[in-house]
Design a protein around this ligand. Structure first.
Ligand SMILES: Cc1ncc(COP(=O)(O)O)c(C=O)c1O
Length: 386
């Protein structure tokens, strides 16, 4: 009888992610899936056609480890256009297999056993496992409802000689909150004269609403000098399944990030990169239209739900909307979601799963509104019956 040796898990706390579980449950109950963050529409037809074109042209072998030069050049132009930041396309931009890979590589090249990394709860789920796999400890500071803003005094108190990195996510998944000028000032003061690194997860950079500006760390030379700034084409061009992202960082940081990236994936699908390069070149302003596109979806969804019993403050960014269900039920959020899926046939994500220690009476769920209007209408008509 063949025997499989036991494997002592390096991530004993980690199971299947809530996103897979919810999507599966949604499918079983034919529920409308507003849980996982992906659009139910496609990326621009001209972008999709360029993939086909490049595959037929034979762009089917390994891309350069750092990313195809045309795409890095296009990103260089984008950074100048959007944030007035001048970077060297050869030494400061790396194309990765999704933002997830960039986040992992940035953590892996920076964090050593014993290091502490500050993250904010509710947190995107990939940060802590990456920190732990590299021997670090995540110090999780709570962002509390209803506004989910960072308490900078608390951050200052949490700093120790072991603190290596701070992970920021703006616009923030799942709360939909963003960073404001006073947050940036507090951050600048906090990190000045320290050796702290910053990992800025800005995958929703083009989804900021109500005339607010996305305060990318690319805008602040003092912060950019110590930051890995990560974004994702998946979010911006409705192509989450392509898993193409990138990281912008000073040359010394990029050199270390690439040492990890080259053994993690080495490079990212060539025809996808070539198509994205063409698209950015041909339609450089398209990303600027995304703010309004998603603001309209947010408003459409919220307007439909306004007569119902969910309470909410419109998201400031991302394609997520948190809703408070305390007027409908006092169940725990995981329980409430089960009922939502099985009875109302709408899937969402319970907020508590993004916390290590959820605050008491957390009666919030996260809906993804990156959906066709008819999907949002169908979901809303079910949710209004609650
Ligand atoms: C905050 C945040 N960071 C990173 C990612 C991952 O992006 P990608 O799909 O490009 O790996 C996501 C995707 O949901 C996200 O919400």
């Amino acid at each position: 009888m063949p025997v499989t040796p036991p494997l002592n898990s390096k991530l004993p706390q980690v199971g299947t992610t809530i996103f897979s579980t919810m999507s599966q449950l949604a499918a079983e109950h034919q529920a409308i899936n507003l849980s996982q963050g992906f659009p139910d529409y496609d990326g621009p037809a001209s972008l999709l056609e360029r993939v086909d074109y490049h595959i037929r042209q034979g762009a089917n072998q390994y891309a350069p480890m750092t990313g195809v030069p045309q795409l890095r050049k296009a990103l260089q132009a984008k950074l100048l256009r959007c944030y007035d930041r001048k970077v060297d396309a050869d030494t400061e931009i790396t194309v990765t297999s999704g933002a997830t890979e960039a986040l992992f590589a940035a953590i892996a090249c920076s964090v050593r056993p014993g290091d502490e990394v500050i993250i904010f709860d509710p947190a995107y789920d990939s940060y802590e496992p990456a920190i732990n796999l590299n021997g670090g400890t995540a110090i999780r500071l709570p962002l509390l409802p209803p506004d989910f803003r960072i308490n900078w005094d608390q951050v200052a108190t949490a700093l120790t000689p072991k603190t290596r990195m701070l992970i920021l996510n703006s616009p923030h998944n799942p709360s939909g909150q963003i960073l404001y000028p006073e947050d940036i000032q507090a951050l600048q003061q906090l990190v000045a004269n320290t050796q702290l690194l910053i990992l800025a997860d800005e995958v929703y950079e083009h989804m900021v609403f109500d005339q607010q500006r996305h305060l990318s760390l690319n805008l602040y030379p003092d912060l950019a000098a110590r930051s890995f700034i990560v974004s994702s084409f998946g979010k911006t061009y409705h192509i989450t399944g392509w898993k193409v992202g990138y990281c912008v960082a000073p040359a010394t940081l990029t050199a270390e990030l690439r040492k990890v990236h080259q053994y993690l994936t080495f490079s990212t699908a060539t025809p996808l990169q070539r198509a994205l390069a063409d698209h950015l070149h041909a339609h450089p302003e398209e990303d600027q239209r995304l703010n309004l596109f998603y603001q309209q979806k947010r408003d459409f969804f919220n307007h439909l739900l306004a007569p119902g019993r969910f309470a909410f403050t419109p998201s400031a960014g991302t394609y997520f909307q948190l809703m408070d269900y305390s007027a409908i039920s006092q169940e725990e959020d995981t329980q409430f979601i089960q009922s939502l899926i099985t009875q109302a046939q709408v899937a969402a994500i319970p907020l508590s799963v993004f916390y290590q220690h959820p605050p008491e009476q957390l009666t919030w769920v996260r809906f993804c509104f990156a959906k066709h209007e008819k999907t949002l209408e169908a979901a809303a008509s079910k949710l209004l019956q609650l």
